[in-house]
Design a protein around this ligand. Structure first.
Ligand code: CO
Length: 434
């Protein structure tokens, strides 16, 4: 296994990005800083835009969705858009609006299940919370990001002496009664909710009564790591799908192409179905495309001609073959970690790929000199989906679903390959550079 210094550095950069992005709001904030540092101009959806060719821009909607784009020197009507999409959210636990309560002298935190996490993996981890808090101001409110780096909360397992069949039957947790997190010993005479708000307020250096609302994601404070005999694998939370967000943004930032117009669109709410103002089913990407085309003097027909020429790559993680569970996989479609980007195909259009778009992605891989693999799910198992079919149908653009292979999708501690991250970045660069 020959892992280049470059591949190792990119994987390390990814792990660092995830460590600093314990919520989708933090991930978008990090990407925003990266784009600003690289000279991208921030656009505000409430203001008029003045776009010019040769320049680079980004726009954020709702704090957890972001679209970055570059306008090339060639007319968009002749090139279309080259687009990559991914999602910023990951399955997790989210705090309820009045989260804290007290029983038996213990402070407990009520949570909702966000998307489809493997709940058992949240037990016995050094958990904490990160998200955003709305704080009262003279004229309304402002939004502040907040994360606690220390282990704050925990979901201790029930001892095996009270759960004798846990190894035979698996760990089952009732979502209402068995998921609340332990947060500490309650202070006598003070309401639990007040204790919790006081804790948040102290971290923000504000008065508790100035907290209007909050959204908090539960995360694992353990940092990302390399593992394996040759340190050829990586592990962290949220590889699905922050690895694809990182690959897409890294490819865009390192694209040298001045000619074509490229878009990187990262959406919140994929894990809960994408139906929101900021999700892939919403209007965000088509609104941005419409504003680009109208701003650059294109007619409605020009816009439709440009879309007909465009190509969309939906990047989301893929299921790597797990040798301990060989029966879970379709025989001819074992995708292996560190053997390259995976093209995902599903005849029922759970993935957007078809023969033509898959071939286009293969030629991207060939231009980038990286290997590729093909995946199909077992026919007797329900197949997941991505933002690919949603955006393909919404925009009417030729689309392909791809992703890097990974193990333990939706665990709080997922794994993937060092080489695959490098390969994906190179493949996406080939799209942006062509
Ligand atoms: Co995903």
């Amino acid at each position: 296994m020959n892992i280049s210094t470059q591949a190792h550095a990119l994987a390390k950069d990814l792990l660092n990005f995830i460590d600093l992005s314990p919520s989708p709001w933090h991930a978008v904030d990090y990407i925003e800083q990266q784009l600003l540092n690289a000279g991208f101009a921030k656009l505000d959806e409430t203001q008029a835009w003045q776009l010019s060719t040769g320049n680079r821009y980004f726009v954020v909607r709702g704090g957890a969705s972001i679209i970055a784009f570059t306008l090339g020197n060639k007319p968009i009507i002749n090139t279309g858009f080259r687009m990559v999409g991914a999602h910023t959210d990951s399955p997790s636990l989210r705090l309820k609006p009045k989260a804290a309560y007290e029983t038996d002298g213990l402070l407990r935190i009520g949570v909702e299940v966000y998307g489809g996490p493997i709940l058992a993996t949240f037990t016995d981890r050094d958990l904490s919370i990160a998200g955003r808090v709305t704080v009262r101001t003279e004229t309304g409110h402002t939004i502040k990001l907040l994360k606690f780096d220390n282990a704050l909360m925990r979901l201790p397992n029930l001892a095996i002496h009270m759960n004798r069949e846990v190894n035979e039957k698996g760990l089952k947790l009732n979502k209402q009664t068995e998921l609340p997190l332990l947060f500490g010993e309650s202070e006598a005479g003070i309401e639990a909710d007040q204790q919790f708000l006081a804790y948040i307020a102290e971290a923000l250096n504000i008065a508790p009564q100035d907290i209007l609302t909050f959204e908090f994601n539960v995360f694992d404070t353990q940092k990302g790591a390399f593992w394996g005999a040759h340190q050829e694998f990586i592990t962290n939370s949220q590889l699905d799908n922050l690895a694809s967000c990182h690959a897409a943004i890294t490819a865009l930032l390192n694209s040298t192409n001045q000619e074509t117009s490229n878009i990187c669109a990262l959406f919140d709410h994929e894990e809960v179905g994408s139906e929101s103002a900021t999700g892939a089913s919403g209007s965000f990407l088509s609104d941005v495309i419409n504003r680009i085309t109208s701003n650059t003097g294109m007619s409605e027909e020009d816009r439709l001609r440009a879309l007909a020429l465009s190509f969309f790559v939906s990047a989301d993680m893929a299921h790597a073959y797990h040798p301990n569970h060989s029966g879970a996989y379709e025989p001819c479609h074992h995708v292996m970690v560190n053997q390259g980007p995976v093209i995902k195909t599903n005849a029922n259009q759970r993935y957007a790929s078809n023969a033509d778009t898959a071939a286009r992605f293969i030629s991207m891989c060939e231009r980038a000199n990286v290997p590729f693999q093909q995946y199909a799910h077992r026919t007797d198992l329900g197949c997941g989906s991505t933002i690919g079919p949603i955006l393909a149908s919404g925009l009417g653009v030729a689309s392909v679903d791809v992703g890097s292979p990974m193990w333990a999708m939706h665990s709080i501690r997922e794994s993937a390959g060092v080489l695959d991250h490098h390969y994906m970045i190179e493949a996406l660069k080939a799209l942006f550079n062509n």
